[in-house]
Ligand binder design. Structure first.
Ligand SMILES: *Cc1c(COP(=O)(O)O)cnc(C)c1O
Length: 357
């Protein structure tokens, strides 16, 4: 059976040896030495000035909205995972969708200004599949209209744009370390923020507002990563260069074998070092996509329709049509991509897909 992704599990002895430190310390949460070590290692690896390890990749989005005191309307993309939109609604704000660019699949920056109203407080965009948004244009719009910028960078572990981590863009970025993501801690995530004051606010927010045992600095929630999660992260971390290389090889086979006269692949933005996080292909029609899915499933291969349905269709929203998101969401399929997908299986997937085109 081949799934859209496969969680990389480190050798159990390595995981156990790191867990042993938690046992020896008798300390399994509340920012113990494993969380601190993971944060240090990731900060160095990603070249980011600071980072807060979190228990998942969704609470960081909610905390970001809270920390920036956002109210009213937040401009966002209609093509992402549901957490991007649900976080906005959960925090009592109204998502205002802007359609996506048909090739980059990120929010169409040329359509953002038309969506701004006196109630707009921020832009929350997704670097979907690890492909950066047009961050310069978004920053210019935000400056001009005095808006905050949050990036849902859940897919972006290891992505660099113009020579630096994509996490360094915007006021705040989040990442997810869920088991289906390229770097994982089982469940987990992170917050990134270059501005020191804002970083402090995020930090207090993620730990109940605690400033020491008895003082509180504002409102907070519990989004702490545990030592057990950090142990998984520390066990996976040393394998990241290898994991990227394994995935690059799978992508290369797809690039060589798929029939791109009838399919398109996501267009990666110029000046990006991409992370091979997903392999989304867009079919000419939804009908062909369904044929391909069926053919693959008959062969015990399970791709996923990331992301379908497009978010403006969510049942708790009432929003205008987003034609490009709709068109893309109906025709996009993420093919299996993992560290241990063999050349043989990848070629088989290509053959099965090409056969229905
Ligand atoms: C995975 C994902 C999230 C949520 O991350 P969790 O760690 O599962 O909470 C948010 N946004 C996007 C785009 C995602 O793919």
């Amino acid at each position: 059976m081949i799934h859209v992704t496969k969680t990389f599990l480190p050798p159990q002895e390595i995981y156990q040896s790191i867990l042993k430190r938690a046992w020896d310390n008798n300390w399994i949460t509340n920012r113990g030495e494993l969380v601190l070590e993971l944060e240090d290692k990731l900060k160095t690896y990603l070249k980011v000035p600071n980072m807060i390890a979190a228990t998942n990749g969704t609470l960081p989005l909610q905390i970001a909205i809270k920390a920036l005191n956002l109210t009213g309307e937040i401009i966002t993309t209609s093509f992402s995972y549901v957490a991007t939109t649900s976080s906005i609604v959960w925090e009592g704000c109204k998502p205002i969708f802007v359609d996506i660019h048909p090739e980059y699949l990120t929010i169409d920056e040329t359509k953002i200004e038309a969506a701004i109203t006196p109630k707009t407080s921020a832009i929350l965009a997704t670097h979907v599949f690890g492909n950066p948004c047009h961050v310069e244009a978004i920053e210019a719009i935000a400056r001009k209209h005095n808006l905050k910028v949050i990036y849902d960078a859940a897919h972006c572990f290891g992505v660099n744009y113009k020579g630096e981590s994509i996490f360094n863009y915007g006021d705040i970025s989040s990442c997810s370390f869920h088991a289906t993501k390229i770097f994982h801690t089982g469940e987990g995530g992170a917050l990134f923020c270059k501005q020191q004051d804002l970083y402090n606010t995020l930090f207090y927010h993620h730990n109940f507002g605690h400033k020491g045992h008895e003082d509180f600095q504002g409102l907070g929630i519990n989004a702490k990563m545990s030592e057990l999660q950090a142990a998984m992260g520390l066990a996976v971390f040393p394998f990241m260069p290898q994991i990227m290389e394994w995935r690059r090889r799978v992508v290369q086979v797809y690039e060589n074998e798929l029939n791109f006269t009838k399919l398109t692949f996501l267009k990666i933005r110029e000046h990006t070092v991409w992370n091979y996080s997903y392999y989304p292909i867009v079919f000419e029609s939804e009908h062909t996509l369904k044929k391909a899915m069926k053919r693959l499933q008959e062969n015990d291969i399970y791709p996923r329709r990331y992301f379908y349905p497009a978010l403006h269709n969510l049942p708790y929203l009432n929003t205008p049509e987003m034609p490009i998101s709709e068109l893309v969401a109906r025709r996009i399929l993420c093919l299996p991509l993992s560290h241990d997908l063999s050349d043989k299986d990848t070629k088989k997937i290509c053959k099965l897909v090409n056969a229905v085109l």
